[in-house]
Design a protein around this ligand. Structure first.
Ligand code: FRU
Length: 287
C-alpha cells in the first residue's frame, strides 16, 4: 500500500509528578492519536532543570520534526530552545515561557489576566479588606511571576493586605509546610490565594489540621475536572480558575507547520472561574 508520511514530535515535559502535567501529556497524546502519521516521544524531566536541558538536546539530536517544551524555568531553558530554533527546528513552547523570542510559537493562557481575576474576586468576597496569604508558584517560572503580578495589580488601592507570602514551587507538600508557618504567625487569615490547586489543597489541609479551615477562603488555579473543580464541589476550595493545558492546540499547530502553513507567534488560551454558585453550570468565562 501507499507509504504513510511519518512525523515525530518530541515533547519535553518538566514534571509528570503533577496532575495538570499528566493531563497535558494526555491531551497531546489524544490529539496526536487522531493522526496516524504522527508519533509523539515524551520525556519527563522529573522537575530537574538540568535533566530537562539534556532532554531538549537529546530530542534535537534525534532529529524530531517538531519540538514541544513545557519548561520548568524560563532562563535555563532559553538557550537550548533558542539553539534548536536557530537551527531551523520548529519549537512550540507550552504554558511556561522562556526569555526572548527564539521559538516558533508560544501556547498558553494569560496568567496575568487570571491573577487579576483572582484578585478581583478576592476583593469582592472580602468586601475590600482583610488579610491574605499568597502561596506562589515557582518564581523562576513565568506563570508564578504573572499570577502574582496580576493579583497584586487588582488589590492595589484596597485595604487587603498580603500578610504572608512564600514560594511553594507549585508543590502541595511545600504549600502545606508554608501554610503551617502562616498559621503560626497570623492569628486571623481571611483568604489563601495559591497559584495552583495542589497548593490551595495543601493550604486547606494545613488549616484543617489546625482546626482553622472555616476561618478562611481558599482560591486556586488549574480547575481540572477531577481536581480543582471537584474541590469546589466538595466545598474545599471557594474558587478555582481554569488553566487549559493547550495540548490539543499544540498538536494542531504542529500539523499546520508540517503542512507548510504559517502559524502565529502566540496562541492565548481562555479561562473560566468556578465557584460554588456557578460550578454546576460550568463556571463563568473570564473577560
Ligand atoms: C503543574 C503546574 C500547574 C500550573 C502550571 C504552571 O506543573 O504547576 O499546576 O498551573 O504548572 O506552569
Amino acid at each position: 500500500g501507499p507509504k504513510k508520511a511519518r512525523f515525530v514530535i518530541g515533547m519535553s515535559q518538566c514534571n509528570l509528578g503533577e496532575p495538570w502535567r499528566v493531563q497535558m501529556n494526555a491531551d497531546i497524546a489524544a490529539a496526536a492519536k487522531e493522526h496516524p502519521g504522527i508519533e509523539v516521544v515524551f520525556k519527563d524531566a522529573q522537575n530537574d532543570t538540568l535533566k530537562q536541558r539534556a532532554h531538549v538536546e537529546e530530542l534535537v539530536a534525534a532529529k524530531v520534526d517538531v519540538l514541544f517544551v513545557s519548561p520548568k524555568e524560563a532562563q535555563p531553558l532559553t538557550e537550548p530552545i533558542g539553539k534548536a530554533f536557530d537551527a531551523g527546528l520548529p519549537v512550540l513552547v507550552l504554558d511556561r515561557a522562556v526569555l526572548g523570542e527564539r521559538y516558533t510559537t508560544f501556547i498558553g493562557a494569560d496568567n496575568k489576566k487570571i491573577g487579576r481575576a483572582a484578585g478581583e474576586w478576592t476583593k469582592k468576597v472580602l468586601g475590600g479588606k482583610g488579610k491574605v496569604v499568597e502561596l506562589k508558584g515557582l518564581m523562576t517560572s513565568t506563570p508564578g511571576q504573572d499570577r502574582s503580578a496580576g493579583f497584586r495589580e487588582a488589590l492595589a488601592g484596597s485595604e487587603i493586605e498580603i500578610a504572608f507570602e512564600a514560594d511553594m514551587k507549585w508543590l502541595e507538600p511545600e504549600a502545606r509546610k508554608e501554610m503551617d508557618s502562616a498559621l503560626a504567625r497570623l492569628p486571623k487569615i481571611d483568604l489563601v490565594y495559591a497559584h495552583n490547586d495542589p497548593g490551595a489543597h495543601g493550604a486547606y489541609l494545613a488549616a484543617r489540621a489546625a482546626g482553622r479551615e472555616k476561618e478562611m477562603k481558599f482560591v486556586g488555579i488549574d480547575a481540572l475536572p477531577h481536581e480543582g473543580v471537584s474541590y469546589v464541589e466538595q466545598g474545599i476550595l471557594d474558587a478555582t480558575f481554569q488553566y487549559p493545558t493547550g495540548g490539543r492546540e499544540a498538536v494542531d499547530t504542529a500539523l499546520r507547520i508540517l503542512k507548510g502553513e504559517s502559524v502565529p507567534k502566540t496562541i492565548t488560551l481562555g479561562s473560566r472561574r468556578f465557584t460554588k454558585d456557578d460550578v454546576k453550570k460550568g463556571g463563568e468565562r473570564i473577560e
